[in-house]
Design a binder for this molecule. Structure first.
Ligand code: FPP
Length: 255
């Protein structure tokens, strides 16, 4: 997939990035353990994937577990790990059947061997699929991503394969997660907080942001459609002027 800002201002975003927030509060409001909220959140993931497939969105990136989430209470982290493993075992066949390519970004080494193995198996199994590029950010942080990209360039410099003068935005971008996808066109965060929380810091530079109070387990197609409608009414300028990016008037001759 190539990235072309000039063609990005279409009605349907090519790449949607989502922070799935509000699972814990959804459960707490029902006086249930937070883990129940995450389980309900996993169902909402399917709502989101279905929506992308129906609307022809090419790439979906979900923030499932941040670098900082490892610091949550042990039982909640344990419940999330169990949920990830279960979802990987349960959903991959169906995702594959529907033409979804699954990938993971983040510090994979921090997960158990069993989860790491399932992640690699899901990636291998769905590698040839092109209908939807689904990326799960797990043990991911935007700052980690920038640091690992810088480290990768530094290694090439140290090995004599790269001249430091050749390090520019393009070089760094090529080492960032999601380098093979166009940057997200639209970012959605549920749960009422209006921040990016160390998600795709580099990749979201010109992404349109959309926030909703709705908690993630309550997600439905109507909410996602509202975000798309809002997105399609926005003018994306990428640092240019409105006149520069406005579509040229058509030269129709009326007789
Ligand atoms: C944020 O809500 C959500 C998470 C930290 C976990 C996200 C996980 C899922 C949606 C389920 C499984 C995902 C996959 C890809 C199978 P929160 O717990 O911070 O909610 P709160 O702000 O209400 O406390």
């Amino acid at each position: 997939m190539s990235s072309d800002p000039a063609t990005a201002a279409v009605r349907i975003p090519r790449h949607l990035a989502v922070i799935m927030d509000g699972n814990g509060r959804w459960a707490e409001r029902r006086r249930r353990p937070r883990a129940i909220g995450h389980r309900a959140g996993a169902r909402a993931v399917n709502v989101c994937i279905d929506f992308c497939l129906e609307r022809g969105i090419e790439a979906l990136t979900l923030f499932a577990f941040s670098s900082e989430n490892w610091g949550r209470p042990e039982d909640e982290v344990g419940a999330l790990m169990k949920l990830f493993l279960g979802a990987l075992e349960r959903e991959v066949d169906e995702l594959d059947r529907r033409g979804v390519r699954v990938r993971f970004i983040g510090e994979r080494e921090r997960f158990s061997e069993a989860i790491g193995r399932q992640m690699s198996a899901a990636e291998d199994r769905t590698r040839a699929n092109t209908r939807l590029h689904l990326t799960i950010a797990a043990s991911y942080g935007g700052r980690w991503d920038i640091a690992q990209a810088a480290r990768s360039l530094a290694r090439d410099v140290a090995a004599g394969h790269l001249d430091p003068d050749d390090i520019d935005e393009r070089a760094l971008a090529s080492r960032m997660s999601l380098a093979e996808l166009p940057p997200p066109d639209l970012f959605i965060r549920t749960g009422g907080e209006t921040r990016i929380s160390n998600f795709l810091l580099w990749q979201l530079a010109y992404t349109e942001l959309w926030f909703t109070e709705l908690l993630w387990p309550e997600l439905d197609a109507a909410t996602l459609q509202r975000a798309l409608d809002d997105y399609s009414g926005r003018q994306r300028r990428f640092g240019l002027t409105g006149a520069q990016v406005a579509p040229a008037p058509t030269n129709e001759i009326s007789e």
